[in-house]
Design a protein around this ligand. Structure first.
Ligand SMILES: O=C(O)c1ccccc1N[C@@H]1O[C@H](COP(=O)(O)O)[C@@H](O)[C@H]1O
Length: 213
């Protein structure tokens, strides 16, 4: 099975089109006001109609308020809700049941012991997203282009389907797959020319770099 990729933080038609054209399996929209990639539900609605069947629309949220979550899921025609906050397994499971979406939970990783947090979400979510832990003082819980030591995943008994994110780019994607064994990669900063500015050539380069893996 080929390695798949989610291109996250898309906010323009041309960059979304590049992600689709070059083979992304998932496209991501960030619904978090502090992010340079933040999109409003009406922006997401305009982008969502450009996404063909077979490419999943993912919404990224951080401890979302219920009404906002409902409107973003509807507007973005989201198939997946990716949670990056302090959401408990119970909250994640409730989102999955209420909206009939796939739910992914980000688990921030710096040390091997951090991986243990994943098991609490077995039965509650569909996928764990191992992401680099951002500094406590950082404004964002993700999307900072930081990576963790992928060797921490070597030999780990994954309790759930999973994906890898954090500091990925075209130059390191093959190494990340080789070390971690990931079959789904999630990238944002690594396909940008500046925070929040996606680059069509970098999107193409990233997807080409994993095409033969
Ligand atoms: O991208 C953001 O701005 C963001 C904001 C809040 C939570 C998560 C966010 N992004 C996610 O972070 C990871 C890693 O991104 P990067 O490749 O290291 O920039 C990825 O899952 C993004 O979807």
């Amino acid at each position: 099975m080929p390695v798949r990729a989610k291109i996250c933080g898309l906010s323009t038609g041309p960059t979304l089109a590049a992600a689709v054209r070059h083979g992304a399996s998932h496209v991501g929209f960030v619904f978090f006001a502090r992010s340079p990639r933040n999109v409003a539900p009406d922006q997401a609605a305009a982008l969502a109609v450009q996404v063909p069947d077979g490419v999943a629309r993912v919404g990224v949220f951080v401890d979302p308020e219920e009404g906002f979550l409902a409107s973003a899921i509807a507007a973005g025609q989201l198939g997946v809700v990716q949670l990056h906050g302090e959401e408990t397994p119970e909250r994640a499971a409730a989102i999955r049941a209420r909206y009939g979406v796939e739910v992914w939970k980000a688990v921030p990783v710096k040390r091997r012991v951090d991986l243990a947090a994943a098991s609490a979400y077995a039965g509650a979510v569909d996928r764990i997203l191992y992401d680099a832990k951002t500094p406590a003082a950082a404004d964002l819980p993700g999307g900072m282009g930081l990576r963790f030591d992928w060797r921490l995943l070597e030999g780990f008994a994954h309790p759930l389907p999973w994906a890898l994110s954090g500091g990925l780019d075209a130059a390191n994607a093959a190494e990340a797959v080789g070390i971690s064994g990931a079959r789904l990669l999630d990238v944002s900063s690594g396909v940008e020319s500046a925070p929040g500015v996606k680059d069509v050539d970098k999107i193409a380069g990233f997807l080409q770099s994993i095409a033969q893996l």
